[in-house]
Each structure stands twice: as C-alpha cells, then as structure tokens.
Design a protein around this ligand. Sequence first.
Ligand code: NAD
Length: 479
Amino acid sequence: MSDQVTHFIGGVPVAEGATFATHDPVTGKPVRLVHEADQAVVDRAVAAARAALPGWAALPVAERAVWMRRLADAIEERFEDLVAAEIADTGKSITQTRTLDIPRGAANFRSFAEIAAQRPDNAFHLTDVLSYTVRKPLGVVAVIVPWNLPFLLATWKIGPSLAAGNTIVVKPSENTPSSVAVLAEIAAAIGLPPGVLNVVHGFGGGSTGQFLVEHPGVDAVTFTGESRTGSTIMKSVADRVKPVSFELGGKNAGLVFADADLDAAVEGSVRSVFTNGGQVCLCTERLYVERPVFEEFVTRLAKRAGELRFGRPEDEDTTMMPMISAEHRDKVLSYYRLAEDEGAEFRAGGGVPSFGDDRDGGYYVEPTVLTGLPRTSRVNREEIFGPVCHVAPFDTEAEAVELANDSEYGLAATVWTSRLSRAHRVAQSLEAGLVWVNTWYLRDLRTPFGGVKLSGIGREGGTDSLDFYSEPTTITIKL
Ligand code: NAD
C-alpha cells in the first residue's frame, strides 16, 4: 500500500483532486494522503461504469460467478496487504482483522457467486398461460459505506451487485479508504473488465458522496451508515425515485433472563458490547437483566470490561481498539459526560486510558458499563457507537420485550435464555431485523440482513441481495 490513495476508474488508478490526510487511530499521526473526487472525477467514474454495463450485464451469470471467485482467490493471495491496510486506517486488532474483516471480504464474493449461479428462474404455468420473470441488473449502482468494517461492508455490497450484472462506483469512508483501494488493485491485477468496478474517494455531503448519489447516471444507491445520513441521501435521490437499500444505525437491546447460562451471557455480552471498540452497528448498547441475576451480571460484566487489553493492533492478545477518529472519540466521551449529568452510576470505565507512550495521541476511550439511568435518558435512546452499555433490571418477560422495543431503532437484539419456548416467543416479539439467541453476530450469508424503523430499508443477504440489485420483468404469454 503506497502512502497515496488514488481513485480507480475504468481499470486504472486516477490521482486527481485535492488531497486530505487520514490518521492512525492508535497514535493520531497522519498516515495517508487521499485524493478527493470532485464532480468531474465522479462524472468520469459513472461514465466508466455506464460504458462497462452492457458487456458485464450480458455475461452469463456463470461467467460473472467465475470473476467473483477469482476476486475471492486474489483477496486471499493479498491477504496480509489487506490486513495491513485495514489496520492502518482503523487500529483494529490483527486477530480480529485476520479472522473477521478480511476473510468475510473473500466470503462475500464467493458466497454470492454460488447464490447467483444457482438461483432458479421463476416460471408459473396455468393451463393456457405461461408467466415467467427475467431479472435484469439495475444498471450503475453507487455503493456508499462507513468506516467501522471497511472491507467487510464494502464487499458485502460489491459482491452481489456485480453478481447481479451491475457495474458500480464505490465510495469508501473518508476515514478508511485503504482496503478498498487494495481491492481496486486486485481487480486490475486479475483483469476484471475495466469500468465494472470503480472507486472514488472523498467526503459525504457537499463532496464526492453527494455528487455520486445525485448523479443522473447512477440508477440505484446502496448505503450503510448513520440513519441521519440515510435520510439525507433519501431526500437527495427522491426526485429521481432511485431504489435505495439502507443499512443504518442501531440502539440494540440484549435481554438476559435468570434461566440463562450466566457465564455464556456475560461472555457473549462482552463480545456484543465491546467488539471493534463497540463500533459495530450490531453492538448491544442497552442490556436488560432479570432482577434475581442483575447484580451478579453487572458485577461480572464490569470486571470483564476492566480486563480488556488495550494492546497495539499487532499484539495478538489485544482486545480493545481505539475509536476511529478524534471527532468520534469526542462524541463517545460526550456521552460519558452526559451519562454523568443524567445521574448514571459508572460500574466500569468512563474515561480515557493513559499509556505513557505514543498511544496517548490516539483515540482510545475506556470500556464503560453504566447503570441507574431512566429509560427516557438520552444515553438510553441515542446511538453512541462506542464501547459502552447501560444495564437495567426487569421483572417479567412482557416488561423485557416492552423495554427492548422502546426505541426508534430496530436493527438487532440478543436473547439469553435456556428455555426454548421463551427463546422463540421473545425473539418473535422483538422489533428488530435480526435476533440472536444465546449468541451474537453469528452470520449465515444466505439469510436476510437489515433493520426496521430507523435502522434501515430493505434486506440484503442471500437472494434478498440479488432481489435488490436486480429488477424483475414479468412476461405473460397466452399459450
Ligand atoms: P456516516 O453516515 O457518517 O457515513 C457513511 C458514508 O456516507 C461515508 O462514506 C460518508 O462519506 C458518506 N456520506 C455522508 N454524508 C453523505 C451524503 N450526504 N451523501 C452521500 N454520502 C454521504 O456513517 P459513519 O459514521 O461512517 O458510520 C457509522 C454509522 O454506520 C453508525 O450509525 C452505524 O450504526 C452505521 N452502520 C450500520 C450498519 C448496518 O448494517 N446497519 C453497519 C455498519 C455501520
């Protein structure tokens, strides 16, 4: 990975536009210079995708699947480069990056190759009528992704979009351009037809992201990020009625019943609250625990929070990473102070760790466990997106469900119980797109993924992705 991050348009690198710096979240020092795509560069990227569309869309799906598998193979060949790029931008631990972020990138291409290639055509027969459906690509798709799981989330959308025959222009987050830039190098190296996959870098509103989504040559927008940004994008594409797929924010609840395996519930909650520094849309920020085990659960969770290790990314036993940027660290810390003002009890954390080395310039905050806040408090209602949760007691199953559903968001929920009937009953009552029972973030890529309420529009995953990235035409013939 060079120190400069360039756009990738029509199969070649393009170093145009003003530059801005990314910063290493571990030390706060500048790491890379990134070119910002202005309107003219975005125009070229969209034109390249448009020019490549007829050829790519006309390829039999089996041939597109071959390209997908080649991309997956090439990702594995450049595995360590991708790991290094991801860590440089995010400060993630090497263990997580090697086991989650980059392998999921390869899996995103491989699984959608299989799903697309094996998808049956729809045909319906009446005695003298045959109706069948052909699915066509949407056209040129804009892919806009955030910084928290840069490679995983970009490939999650690029894979099915390409498999369905679209050509694309991707805009990674301004904070984390590097791993998608490596993917562009990979695409060029394997000879992916020029223009099929284009990458432009830059900011959101008033910059590259807005130029891209509003571009008349873009037929659809797939976006992962904050709910507020989703709403802005929706308004900006409304006049052209572009299809949108939105994976947005969350304020996810975890329910711990007294009949649960408490060891598993504590360890599972450590994962669901603190993984990736709490910077996963699926992370739990509200925990509700049945009163008889409340005190023991909070004590154990707080103890485990204090044991998380702020190592450097390259240390294999590092379990706590920094926030992505100084701005995001300040946002998380402002919620710690708000929790104080709202009267929370801090059972763990609440501050900034001190290292006595260059990490003091980085964007670290302490993993934090809060109790004692009313459900109306802002800390209990707004997405913080940091390593923090609030824990409150409940007395009945109905109350637990009511508390969990008392949110504007509805992305994911977690239920800890050993009673089978309760697991099904509660899971089905929760207003969330995803419910995990006695686990968290266990994914089968064939299943629908997405949220309800402010957490999103539509579902991706398996054939749901292919449904979004294509348009059906129904043909009915009188026989
Ligand atoms: P963000 O909304 O600030 O930015 C996401 C992307 O949108 C960036 O690439 C940004 O440059 C771009 N953007 C911003 N304004 C734009 C505009 N007006 N037009 C076009 N593009 C624009 O989000 P973030 O801070 O990067 O990511 C964190 C958020 O993402 C959290 O809310 C988190 O919950 C959410 N998220 C959701 C999921 C999910 O699957 N539901 C997954 C990961 C993250």
